[in-house]
Design a binder for this molecule. Structure first.
Ligand code: TGC
Ligand code: FAD
Length: 387
């Protein structure tokens, strides 16, 4: 009998190091995260107490070279790590995505040597938390239409505008902010407490409750020249960061799907109706089979994409396929698991409903499902259908 969600024994494809890291993270989530997530989810807070532990495990700056405080590991390992984090909660993986792909990556790729030396070790050690401000209240799928402006001043830049739906936004020590300049879109490092920089928490969320989501407001916010990312030129720069984060989400979503599948499989084997386990009904078995089939296909997609990414061969549309497919399937799996749990599926004693609600955000952020459809559509037809 296949009792876990690795139906094809893909674990055999992992190197010894990859297996060890996955195992370590799985135990960490089981022992230190699952016991606390229910309470934080109910309170709608991210458990920031866990940040030093995440840093100790090397989870910030996984692919960043060790000279800057990173772990200097592969993208494949980065993917595995995101999978294990999202087995815990999408909010935990969000923290991982943002710190790694949307804050440390742009500084590493587009920053000056001074910026890298100053910020990357602080971010890797978890002493500083970052956020990434691209989306605005009126510009989500079309970030190129952004209205936030950076005007050149004598010593630097003056920022005006706002960013919306920003993970870690209300708490971040450092915001990577994208704004229009006279020479096109540029990237800026905005430090907490800067004059004219306001960070507000967004409340009332039904999804990603155990994650901080905020609004960033810039009112004549003065930024010194040394806080501009010198190599970031045009929309291409923030979009390249999204490739990194979307890659991690493709892995993470399968982690959430595994958590739901394993929970509901166990439930179906023990829950009895009409004097037998509900797993013994053909209709329930069909649902479980669909789930494990889609998890297996999603894993295969991730394994191939991970090896391509490490070989420098993953294009942005390859990543879109994995993000689009895996998040869609994970959401379907979570909804089906919720249905099998029936009444028990609507309470937080079971984790499925939390994953299901989280995945609604994951479906929308980092490019909605439909935006990824159009990215893949363009890659196979050569015709752009966004406009
Ligand atoms: P377009 O004209 O196509 O492109 C502008 C320039 O960018 C280049 N490019 C890319 N470069 C790198 N990676 C990519 N994926 C790229 N896609 C395009 C392109 O070649 C061009 O370069 P150049 O040198 O010729 O200027 O741009 P567009 O305005 O038509 O928009 C295209 C579109 C719709 C695909 C893009 O804007 C898009 O991806 N929209 C979705 C926005 C999005 O995903 N936002 C995410 C915000 S961050 C977030 O959600 C974080 S959640 C974090 C968490 O909690 O986990
Ligand atoms: P819109 O762009 O207004 O889209 C509305 C609908 O129209 C969608 O269904 C969309 O698919 C569809 N649509 C739009 N354009 C087209 C088109 N051309 N063709 C067909 N359909 C189209 N952003 C950040 O910058 N940083 C963050 O850290 C961050 N974290 C987030 C955390 C959470 C919890 C959430 C929910 C969002 C976060 N976002 C973040 C924002 C996220 O990236 C955007 O919500 C997303 O890009 C979609 O933008 P929108 O919500 O404005 O929807």
């Amino acid at each position: 009998m296949v009792e876990n969600s690795d139906f094809l024994n893909l674990i055999d494809e992992l190197t010894e190091d990859e297996r060890l890291i996955q195992q370590t993270l799985r135990e960490f989530i089981n022992e230190q995260y699952l016991p606390i997530i229910r309470e934080y989810h109910a309170r709608a807070e991210f458990p920031f107490e866990i940040v030093p532990k995440l840093a100790e495990l090397g989870l910030f700056g996984i692919t960043i070279p060790e000279e800057y405080g990173g772990a200097g590991l592969s993208y494949f390992i980065y993917g595995l790590a995101m999978q294990e984090l999202e087995r815990g909660d999408s909010g935990l993986r969000s923290m991982g995505s943002v710190q790694n792909s949307l804050v440390m990556f742009p500084i590493y790729k587009y920053g000056s040597e001074e910026q890298k030396k100053k910020w990357l070790p602080l971010l890797a050690s978890g002493q500083k938390i970052g956020c990434f401000g691209l989306t605005e209240p009126d510009h989500g799928s079309d970030p190129g239409g952004m209205e936030t402006r950076a005007h050149k001043t004598d010593g630097g830049w003056r920022l005006n505008g706002s960013k919306m739906w920003i993970t870690n936004g209300s708490v971040a020590d450092l915001a990577v902010v994208w704004a229009k300049t006279d020479e096109g879109i540029g990237g800026f490092l905005v430090e907490k407490g800067s004059k004219g920089f306001i960070q507000n928490k967004i409340t009332g969320k039904f999804s990603l409750r155990a994650s901080d989501t905020g609004e960033l407001v810039f009112e004549d916010c003065e930024i010194p020249e040394e806080n501009r990312l010198p190599l970031a030129k045009g929309l291409r720069a923030p979009l390249s960061c999204l490739n990194e984060a979307r890659y991690g989400i493709a892995w993470g979503a399968i982690g959430a799907a595994m958590a739901c599948y394993e929970e509901v499989r166990n439930y179906a084997l023990t829950r009895k109706q009409f004097s037998k386990p509900i797993a013994g009904f053909q209709l329930v078995q069909e649902k479980l089979v669909e789930m494990i089939s889609e998890i297996t296909k999603g894993l295969l997609l991730n394994f191939r994409l991970g090896r391509m990414k490490d070989a420098g061969k993953a294009k942005h549309y390859h990543i879109s396929m994995a993000k689009r497919n895996n998040v869609h399937q994970a959401l379907q799996i979570a909804r089906t698991a919720r249905a099998i749990l029936a009444a028990n599926g609507i309470i937080d004693e079971y984790q499925t409903i939390r994953h299901m609600l989280n995945l609604e955000s994951v479906y929308t952020y980092e490019g909605t499902h439909d935006i990824h459809t159009l990215i893949i559509g363009e890659s196979i037809t050569g015709i752009e259908a966004f406009r």
